[in-house]
Ligand binder design. Structure first.
Ligand SMILES: Nc1ncnc2c1ncn2[C@@H]1O[C@H](COP(=O)(O)OP(=O)(O)OP(=O)(O)O)[C@@H](O)[C@H]1O
Length: 338
């Protein structure tokens, strides 16, 4: 459904008088099969949206090639656009018209008749729990309702391939969980292929058959969540001990664990299989007279995967990219649009 080879996108940015070239996407290869749900995960500024904009024909690649739904993104951009649904990060809904009118206009742009759009639009409103909101102005909807309306717009022409750019950013936990259900149903009920970007680890984990991780414009991993986690060396064991016992606890943990670190009264280390190691460790600690306040065992997370692959945690990577103010470099040029 999606194939990309060596996709590159460079932008020119200006900081004061100085011009700087940003290689936002730096040689991306991708293969997404029909019916797959792929989570495209990476910190802020990693190149997720830029990749998505190239795949959806909104941005012409600086170099490299891509086919989407069997069509070349540069030479056959119209066919690509007709074959896909795209829900952008900002959402495509204007605030001045009623929700139903927006949907009608949008569907008719795809060449559907008024009757076809209305039937399909109302069906999607019911499926996405927007019943009764056809006449409502989007500005008077909740964040979750607005985001679901964006998704209606992306699905109005019944695409079999759907691109979602950070579908749940800014939503409260309940609205996120609700949207996750709808996204999961795109595949289970409609057999759609879904390519979604996110910087939420739990979202990538919950929704995706396969996770592709991008960092600084390059793909650093692509596999199922379980396989990625299996690459991380072991479960994290964290001990909290009385003030005088930190050194002793670190020594005992060090006998069975790798990468032992202390942090205040806490001692952390990685063990291959916590279930096997922890009972013995507890006996050892007791035997050594260590006053244990708490013990916590955590299975590897996708953040551990990112850390293992890049040497940085996702959160640190985000701070690096966006700086303390949270603003990325001021964009100047847009690259040539297709
Ligand atoms: N139009 C533009 N002009 C200049 N630089 C840009 C432009 N668009 C993106 N960039 C830069 O390219 C890099 C990748 O940005 P992109 O938006 O693709 O990242 P992202 O992974 O989608 O991030 P986020 O999670 O914050 O949306 C960043 O350094 C960004 O500042």
């Amino acid at each position: 459904m999606i194939t990309a080879r060596g996709l590159v996108q460079t932008f020119t940015t200006r900081a004061g008088k100085e011009k700087k070239e940003v290689r936002a996407v730096d040689g991306v290869d991708l293969d997404v099969a029909e019916g797959e749900v792929v989570g495209f995960l990476g910190p802020n500024g990693a190149g997720k949206t830029t990749t998505l904009r190239m795949l959806t024909t909104l941005l012409r690649p600086t170099s490299g090639t891509a086919t989407v739904a069997g069509y070349d993104v540069v030479r056959e951009s119209q066919q690509v656009r007709r074959s896909i649904g795209y829900v952008s990060q900002a959402g495509g809904v204007s605030t001045s018209a009623r929700a139903g009118e927006e949907v009608m206009d949008h569907g008719m742009l795809y060449g559907l008749s008024r009757q076809q759009v209305e039937t399909r639009g109302r069906e999607l409103f019911a499926q996405l729990q927007l019943d009764g909101l056809w006449e409502r102005m989007p500005k008077n909807m909740s964040g979750g309702q607005k985001r679901r309306l964006d998704i209606v717009m992306g699905l109005i022409h019944d695409p079999t391939l759907v691109f979602l750019d950070e579908p749940t950013t800014g939503l409260d936990p309940q609205a996120r969980a609700n949207l996750w259900e709808h996204i999961a149903r795109l595949r289970s009920d409609r057999g759609a292929t879904v390519f979604l970007t996110t910087h939420y680890l739990d979202e990538a984990d919950a929704l995706s058959d396969r996770i592709v991780i991008i960092d600084q414009g390059r793909i650093v991993a692509s596999d199922t969540s379980d396989n990625l986690k299996a690459q991380v060396s072991g479960d994290l064991v964290s001990l909290e001990v009385a003030p005088d016992h930190v050194g002793l606890a670190a020594q005992r943990l060090g006998a069975v664990a790798d990468a032992v670190e202390t942090d205040g009264l806490k001692v952390h280390g990685r063990v291959p299989r916590a279930g096997r190691v922890v009972p013995t460790l507890l006996r050892e600690l007791e035997g050594a007279g260590v006053a244990l306040e708490s013990i916590e065992v955590r299975r590897p997370t996708l953040d551990d995967v990112f850390l293992t692959l890049t040497g940085r945690s996702l959160r640190d990577a985000e701070t690096e990219t966006t700086g303390p103010s949270g603003n990325a470099a001021e964009p100047e040029t847009e690259g040539a649009s297709a």
